[in-house]
Structure formats: C-alpha cells, structure tokens
Design a binder for this molecule. Structure first.
Ligand code: UT7
Length: 334
C-alpha cells in the first residue's frame, strides 16, 4: 500500500466589494499614500461594510466558490477547519455555522486561532487528518473581518488590515504530492506586542475596556516587524535545508501578506528571484487568516502539478512557521 500524502485539490476565495484606498485613509488619519506604499506595499484593501455580517459571511462565500469551481458535493466533506482570529462570536463556533450554511451536514467543524498563522497551522492539522487515513475530504477555510477589530483612529494599524476569505480542500494523494514537511513554532515573548487586550477571560468586557479601546487590535509594529523578518526567514531557510531544496528547485513562495518588506526579506534569505514570490498585498493588505488561500486562489492559474511551493507566515502570539508542499494539479484539470 502506498503512503497517503495530503494534497490541496481545489481552492476558492471571496473579498467584499468595498475598496478602501490609501487616498481615502488620508481623510481618516494622518497618513499618506506614499508612506503606506513604501513602508508596506499596500495600495488598497477590501472592507465588509454590512453591519449585520460577520466573518462567517466571508467564509461561506469562499467555501461556495470552491464548491462550485471544483464541483464538490458538500455532503462528502468530512470536516471543516475554520481558521480565524475574528470569529462571529466568542462562543458558538463560527465553523459550525459555515458548515451548516454550505450544506456540509455530514461534517463536523471547529475554529482554529493562531492569529496570522491560523491558516498555516490549519494546513498542518488538515494534512494530519488526511495522512492518518481518518478522513477523505477536509475543508480548510481562512477568513477574517479585520475591520471589526481595527481602530480607525490608529494609523499604525488601520492602514495594514483588510477583510477577506479563502478556502482549500485537502484530499489523500498516492503520487507523493501535497504536504511534504513543516516547521512550526510559537513563543509567548510576543504576547504583549500584538493583541486585543480585552474581551477574553483575562480582562472581560467592561465600560472601561470599551472606553480605552481595548477591544481593538494593538501592536508594537517595529517589534513585530523585527521578529517577523527573522522568524519567517529562519523557518523558510530551515525547510529548504531540511529538504535539500536549492533556490532553483523552489517554484513558488506563498508568504503571509503583512508587509512587502517582510516578504522581500524572506525571499532574499531564500535567494529567490522576484518572479517566484506570489503577492497580492497591494490589493488586499493583511487579511490575517485569509492571506495564504487568497494568494493560492489568485495565482492558481500559474501553479503546476509537481511544483515545489513554500508557505511561510508569522503572527501574533508569536506564532510562525513554514510548510513545503508539492502542488497536486493543473488548473485546467476539469
Ligand atoms: O501579520 C502580522 C502582524 N503585523 C505585522 O507583521 C506588521 C509588522 N510591522 C509593520 O509592518 C511596520 O512596523 C508598520 C507598517 C506597522 C510600521 O512601519 P515602520 O516602518 O515600522 O514605521 P514605525 O512604526 O517605525 O514609524 C516610523 C514613523 C514614525 O514617526 P517618527 O516617530 O519617525 O516621527 C511613525 O509615527 O512613521 C510614523 N507613522 C506613520 N506615518 C504616516 C506610523 N504610521 C504611519 C502612517 N502614516 N500610517
């Protein structure tokens, strides 16, 4: 019997229609297009304007896109992992609502939260369920409505984040394609540098916490930047060395889209030419759990069966890592 590997067999995505440009941000906080572009690489981001819609709305749309494109019967999905840092509610799993809404009534679902590394960690979890032989179809969704936790008076955070969602289907593969290796790490040294301080069990919501804007995302950007550059690059280099991959053998880097300068530093350490570095940060900004699948969906047409793809991410906690995956299909397979 051949070994089972876990391959991505389909992707889907969704971003809301409303475009928040750098120009418009200039009217909201003391910033300018030139600063944002040169410091982050971001030009615009998408915002879910509807006040009555949460992250589940984005996730359902992305899942439905995948289901339609790949012609998947939702009843055949065994489980759904909902990677998100902005669940609809603190309690009542967002993934459960998503599963029921898309008609995946034979699946079970739960949320996975590791800030900007949620999707990367989710890839490891989804792959483990497939490799063990326990399940045949695992849907991993990364979605975040970052606009629900961003303080639009704080210029150091509001320029970075956007809303969006992406999904990837994991299935067994018998040709050795799919996830090959992973290097995942976490360190609570980062706990105070990137967080939503209140609303959890440590500091429950109160009049005071609302007044002090403690339900918004806060970050020490400079410190996060330094850790992100070092750790994303270290993790990616480790994955290359461990798998005896040269820069020429790597076809694509799929990096978390937080800041173009962090991506450039990671690609630089891997000695990768620019054309192999997949980026859409200029259009979506940092969509947290959705960055990796949004990149996959946007660049699905260039990915070829057998391509060596390196994923890398860094997020709050701190959480970070890198995954080596062999792409399993050509887009025009159907
Ligand atoms: O996904 C993981 C989560 N987040 C990240 O990975 C983000 C990591 N950090 C970053 O991307 C960057 O640190 C930022 C984009 C947040 C900030 O860029 P920076 O180059 O680290 O800027 P800085 O914080 O060192 O600030 C430089 C200057 C400061 O002014 P002074 O003190 O030099 O006069 C800031 O007040 O830029 C000022 N500044 C701004 N100016 C115009 C900060 N934000 C802005 C802004 N527009 N939006």
């Amino acid at each position: 019997m051949s070994t089972i590997t876990a391959a991505i067999t389909a992707v889907g995505s969704y971003v809301p229609d409303f475009v928040l440009t750098n120009k418009e941000l200039e009217t909201m906080v003391d910033t300018n297009d030139e600063w944002i572009t040169t410091r982050t690489g971001i030009k615009e981001r998408r915002i879910l304007k509807d006040a009555d819609k949460g992250t589940s709305y984005l996730a359902i749309k992305a899942a439905e896109d995948l289901i339609k494109k790949a012609n998947v019967d939702p009843l055949t999905i065994d489980m759904i992992i909902m990677a998100t840092a902005t669940p609809d509610m603190m309690v009542a799993s967002t993934g459960v609502h998503v599963a029921s809404s898309i008609g995946a009534t034979n699946a079970f679902s739960y949320d996975l939260q590791a800030a900007c590394s949620s999707f990367l960690y989710g890839m490891s979890t989804a792959a483990a369920y497939i490799q063990s032989g326990r399940y045949k179809k695992v849907l991993l969704i990364g979605a975040d409505k970052m606009s629900s936790i961003v303080d639009y008076t704080d210029r150091s955070t509001c320029i970075i984040f956007g809303d969006g969602a992406g999904a990837a289907l994991f299935e067994p593969n018998h040709e050795g394609l799919g996830l090959q290796d992973e290097y995942l790490r976490s360190d609570s040294v980062g706990r105070d540098f990137l967080k939503i301080p209140a609303g959890g069990s440590l500091i429950p919501a109160s009049e005071e916490t609302v007044k002090n804007r403690q339900h918004n995302i806060m970050q020490d950007g400079k410190t996060v930047f330094k850790f992100a550059v070092t750790n994303m690059a270290d993790a990616s280099e480790t994955i290359l060395k461990r798998n005896n991959l040269t820069n020429e053998q790597v076809n694509w880097l799929v990096p978390h889209q937080a800041n173009k300068r962090i991506i450039d530093a990671t690609a630089g350490r891997m000695n990768l030419e620019d054309s192999k570095v997949l980026m859409n940060i200029e259009r979506y900004g940092n969509t947290t759990s959705a960055t990796l699948p949004l990149v996959l969906a946007d660049f699905e047409h260039v990915l070829k069966k057998g391509d060596n793809v390196i994923f890398a991410a860094f997020g709050g906690g701190f959480t970070w890592g890198s995954i080596f995956l062999k792409w399993a299909y050509d887009t025009n397979k159907n």
